[in-house]
Design a protein around this ligand. Structure first.
Ligand code: ZN
Ligand code: ZN
Length: 297
């Protein structure tokens, strides 16, 4: 499956196929309340899997949890069809290390909107990326290494299972449509959230807080906040900055399932004297990137 995961043709064929299936499905298969409800439920589960497990737990180590909870969260993330977790985490760490400069896999500044939105995933993985993913995986417990290898299969099996359970309506409205929607919301973090929105923190990149998308992106739209202090479990720093991913982690903490949350407030981040340090050696991204905040004179 790793070969499949790294072939550019997986995305070059898979992306148009899923879009076509979703559009044809919307045009020809009528939804009912049941399939829409299941689709919304699965969309939410997968969304939490991406923001809580892939992003905040495994990329940034914003909190700690037990092996079973980490596995379950990663499993939900795998259902979103955003690739194996090692693939995702490695590239997102590269994005933080080289934000909006040479080495950033998806910067609009380097390649334009379309490249940062989805063009970059149609390109072949460099050997250094594949080696970096292997290093990442080696740090994980055995159950996560196995899950990681089978994530693309798991994602496809999910589609087959939904089809057998509820036929075309369930396949279209709980699989193709929510998958394509969730892809684009994630893509928008990489494209639009580096182009449009406010920049309350003067980071040395183009990251922006995008109010319109923050809520449906499970809090990921507070992207300038995130670049200011990537390790923070909390992306929405103000009471009105809705951040569903953070609330989910707080709920886990309430039930004793998550601990050691990194919870910097806006003023703590602003008062930080930590300088934006960037590695220019061209080495693969470090396992846990340091919080990055710039102080401009
Ligand atoms: Zn970014
Ligand atoms: Zn991040």
């Amino acid at each position: 499956m790793q070969a499949l995961n790294h072939s550019p043709w997986t995305n070059r064929i898979g992306l148009p196929f899923f879009h076509l299936a979703a559009f044809l499905g919307i045009a020809t298969v009528s939804p009912n309340l049941m399939v829409v409800a299941i689709g919304a439920f699965l969309y939410t589960l997968r969304g939490f899997g991406i923001t809580v497990a892939y992003h905040r737990l495994f990329t940034h180590e914003s909190f700690r949890t037990s092996r079973p909870v980490a596995f379950i969260l990663a499993f939900f993330g795998g259902l979103a069809g955003q690739g194996a977790m090692s693939w995702w985490v490695y590239r997102h760490r590269a994005h933080h290390r080289y934000t909006d400069r040479e080495g950033d896999p998806h910067s609009p500044r380097m390649g334009g909107f379309l490249h940062s939105h989805l063009g970059w995933i149609l390109k072949r993985s460099a050997p250094v990326d594949i080696a970096g993913e292997d290093l990442l995986r080696a740090e994980w417990p055995v159950e996560l290494r196995i899950l990681d290898r089978w994530m693309p299969t798991l994602f496809l099996a999910q589609g087959a299972l939904l089809y057998f359970a509820g036929g075309l309506p369930l396949l279209v409205w709980a699989y193709f449509v929510p998958t394509v929607l969730s892809w684009h919301f994630t893509f928008l973090v990489n494209s639009l959230c580096h182009l449009l929105g406010d920049r309350p923190f003067d980071t040395q990149d183009d990251s922006r807080n995008n109010y319109y998308f923050a809520a449906i992106m499970f809090g990921e739209g507070w992207h300038n906040n995130h670049h200011a202090w990537p390790k923070n479990a909390r992306l929405g720093l103000r009471p009105l900055q809705l951040d569903l991913g953070y609330y989910f982690i707080k709920a886990l903490e309430f039930f004793g399932l998550a601990w050691d949350l990194v919870e910097k407030t806006e003023s703590e981040i602003r008062n930080s004297v930590k300088r934006y340090s960037r590695d220019t050696t061209g080495e693969p991204p470090a396992p846990a990137p340091e919080p990055l905040i710039e102080k401009r004179a």
